[in-house]
Design a protein around this ligand. Structure first.
Ligand SMILES: Nc1ncnc2c1ncn2[C@@H]1O[C@H](COP(=O)(O)OP(=O)(O)OP(=O)(O)O)[C@@H](O)[C@H]1O
Ligand code: SF4
Ligand SMILES: [Mg+2]
Length: 321
């Protein structure tokens, strides 16, 4: 598989009253064309901040270092070095995003079809009005929206939550991006609709060969959509590998804890991880998970553990691996 997205040592720093914090800290990952990577972690671990960095949507005043390159038809694009003008072509055209709550990204006073047409026009300005309209309806059909011509004429509030999320997916894929970032796209939906949306994303990824970065705190969801899994904790990736290995034979005590606490994967008694994610302003000196880790040793506080690799492609940042 060819590399589509290559992220290497990506760090995002934000100014706070107590100094700079790193919600994304030395993150490396890669996604091939048509591949799905699940990014998991508790609230505040930096998942959204990472995706905003990949979309060029970080808040002003943010410092970014490291590399994130995307393979496009013409060349490798260095995302951390794009100008505002270049971002307008990449965002939507090469990388698109689906959010948890479609109502925050859909315009409430604009018809669904017109919103999708706007996205298509922004990236394919030479198409005729008729072609743009046809493409918009096609994209709704591809996202399994029933009666796409009728739905295209409706406003977001006239659609159910599940249909709105389908419309969002249609809009995200309308201009033919190579990478789709989905940030908790099914969290607000009930279980049956959630399953339908996950199946839809999975089918579209395979059919269109788009890379998928799927963000969630739910390991059960990740098991349904991801070929590989990266686990994030306090801004860092602490485990990465094929989904089966990570979910069935996790290496890192944090991942093991997440699995024991997962209502969708674990049968029987659930044991939540005690303690809370550390504040970014007060990270422990060594392993960030050390204060909560039942297996901690003195040396865990000395330095941030580097990745240790098991087999060919499963790695974790823990001294016990
Ligand atoms: N504008 C900001 N200024 C300072 N810190 C921020 C800002 N926005 C977010 N953070 C911090 O960055 C960290 C990462 O936040 P992020 O939203 O990426 O987490 P997340 O993993 O997406 O969580 P969730 O699962 O709740 O969506 C958090 O500690 C958060 O408090
Ligand atoms: S490095 Fe130490 S504290 Fe961190 S997860 Fe491993 S055993 Fe636990
Ligand atoms: Mg988030």
């Amino acid at each position: 598989m060819s590399g589509l997205l290559e992220v290497c040592g990506l760090t995002v720093e934000l100014p706070t009253a107590s100094g700079w914090v790193r919600p994304v800290n030395d993150v490396s990952l890669s996604i091939a064309a048509g591949e799905s990577l699940g990014l998991v972690g508790e609230s505040g671990s930096g998942k959204t901040m990472l995706s905003l960095a990949l979309m060029g949507l970080l808040p002003p005043g943010t410092r970014v270092s490291g590399e994130a390159s995307l393979a496009t038809e013409a060349s490798m694009k260095q995302l951390t070095a794009l100008s505002a003008r270049e971002w307008r072509n990449v965002r939507g055209g090469e990388i698109a995003m689906v959010f948890q709550e479609p109502m925050t990204s859909l315009n409430p006073v604009m018809r669904i079809g017109a919103q999708i047409e706007e996205t298509i026009r922004a990236h394919q300005p030479k198409l005729s009005a008729k072609e743009v309209k046809r493409k918009a309806v096609d994209s709704l059909r591809r996202a399994a929206v029933p009666e796409p011509e009728v739905r295209a004429e409706q406003f977001p509030h006239q659609l159910s939550g599940g249909l709105r999320q389908r419309a969002m997916i249609a809009m995200a894929l309308a201009a033919g991006p190579r990478l789709l970032i989905a940030d908790e796209p099914t969290t607000a939906l009930d279980v049956t609709v959630q399953k339908q949306i996950l199946d839809l994303l999975d089918g579209l990824r395979r059919e269109l060969q788009v890379g998928l970065l799927f963000i969630t705190h739910d390991l059960g969801v990740v098991a349904q959509v991801a070929e590989r899994v990266a686990v994030m904790y306090a801004g860092r990736i602490i485990e990465e590998g094929p989904a089966r290995n990570v979910l069935e034979r996790p290496l890192h005590p944090y991942t093991q804890g997440l699995l024991r606490a997962s209502p969708t994967l674990k049968r029987g008694m659930l044991t939540p991880i005690s303690g809370a994610v550390p504040q970014l302003t007060a990270l422990p000196p060594g392993c960030a998970f050390e204060p909560r880790c039942e297996l901690r040793r003195d040396e865990c506080t000395l330095a941030v553990p580097g990745f240790r690799i098991v087999g060919s492609d499963h790695a974790a940042r823990c001294i016990l691996v």
